[in-house]
Design a protein around this ligand. Structure first.
Ligand SMILES: NC(=O)c1ccc[n+]([C@@H]2O[C@H](COP(=O)([O-])OP(=O)(O)OC[C@H]3O[C@@H](n4cnc5c(N)ncnc54)[C@H](O)[C@@H]3O)[C@@H](O)[C@H]2O)c1
Length: 301
């Protein structure tokens, strides 16, 4: 049976919006990319040049045809997102699924002023959205089951691995884990336990390579839960439990050390070294994903 042609709109043409649009275009979905910033929109158009027949660009949400899906991927700010979601609602009909690509703002907070919050859902993609398989699907308290099912089906059609949360918590699953890890990494740096390069080396070539093939729970099964418990008993009192972001992080950001995009974060970056790394990373990510998918996974749920 031939698949129905779908239309989608991506609002926000930044880092994520552009790779989201690429993902849709390569999967045969006609996509309109909307951004209020002309320069960002132009740069997105250039990056999507090879998909010109499947992509359109606009600075507002006036739509000639009602889309099946709209995903907002604008700046991570609740007021901005609420405004954008209100504009989206005003320009589609009640059957259009509206998604937010927020990294972790609660869905009910973004959707608090919506007229039909039943068709609103979180769809948290990972960067680059056209490559990383997992998408966290996060229902709010008003999201209906049909919206969740249609979102799952759509993501599956895009070749993704939708992972549905049972309930919405700030940061969802991935960012809670990522931030727990980074809180400890920054604490180790601040306390002079290890240099940045050695820390990266330890994590990448021990925990990192194993986790590419096994999630943390399956991996712990393989190691032994009794051993894990013994370590947890003596270690937890010593782990960082700060309620505020690390002073080191505040200092770097205040100094303009924002990471690769500003030329310096934990490391120094030139335009050339960044471009080289990003190209290599895209290729290698694809290879790792293929390897992970080949793994038998082992163990029954
Ligand atoms: N960058 C990541 O790694 C990543 C990963 C997953 C999810 N996210 C989430 O995706 C969203 C976008 O992140 P990003 O990194 O692409 O940000 P970005 O800053 O690169 O892009 C955001 C874009 O939104 C546009 N925008 C702002 N207000 C708008 C409006 N009212 N109408 C239309 N466009 C508007 C801006 O002009 C900008 O181009 C955020 O919610 C972020 O948390 C980011």
């Amino acid at each position: 049976m031939q698949e129905e042609a779908l239309r989608a709109v991506v609002v926000g043409a930044g880092t994520m919006g552009t790779t989201l649009a690429k993902l849709m275009a390569v999967n045969g979905i006609q996509v309109t990319v909307v951004d209020t910033n002309q320069n960002v929109l132009e740069s997105s158009r250039q990056r999507l040049e090879t998909h010109a027949t499947m992509t359109c660009f606009a600075t507002d949400l006036k739509m000639a045809e009602v889309p099946d899906f709209v995903i907002e991927s604008v700046t991570e700010n609740v007021e901005v997102k609420q405004k954008v979601v209100a504009q989206i609602e005003a320009s589609v009909n009640d059957t259009t699924i509206i998604m937010t690509n927020t990294s972790g703002i609660p869905i009910d907070e973004i959707g608090s002023t919506m007229h039909v919050p039943q068709r609103f859902v979180g769809a948290h993609f990972f960067n680059p959205a056209d490559i990383v398989p997992t998408v966290e699907v996060v229902p709010g308290s008003h999201t209906d089951a049909d919206t969740v099912q249609k979102t799952r089906d759509w993501l599956t059609r895009l070749g993704k691995r939708p992972a549905v949360l049972k309930t919405c918590v700030p940061g969802f699953v991935a960012n809670r884990i990522q931030h727990a890890v980074m809180r400890e990494c920054l604490s180790l740096l601040e306390n002079g336990v290890v240099e940045a390069e050695a820390l990266d080396d330890i994590v990448q070539y021990s925990i990192g390579v194993r986790m590419a093939l096994n999630g943390p729970l399956r991996q712990r099964d393989l190691n032994g839960l009794d051993t894990h418990l013994h370590i947890a008993r003596y270690l937890y009192p010593d782990l960082d439990a700060s309620q505020q972001p690390a002073a080191l992080l505040e200092k770097y950001v205040a100094e303009g050390r924002l990471g690769a995009k500003s030329g310096r974060g934990f490391y120094r970056w030139s335009d050339e070294s960044l471009a080289r790394h990003q190209t290599q990373e895209r290729n290698n990510l694809q290879r790792i994903i293929e390897l992970a998918a080949q793994d038998s996974n082992g163990g029954e749920p």
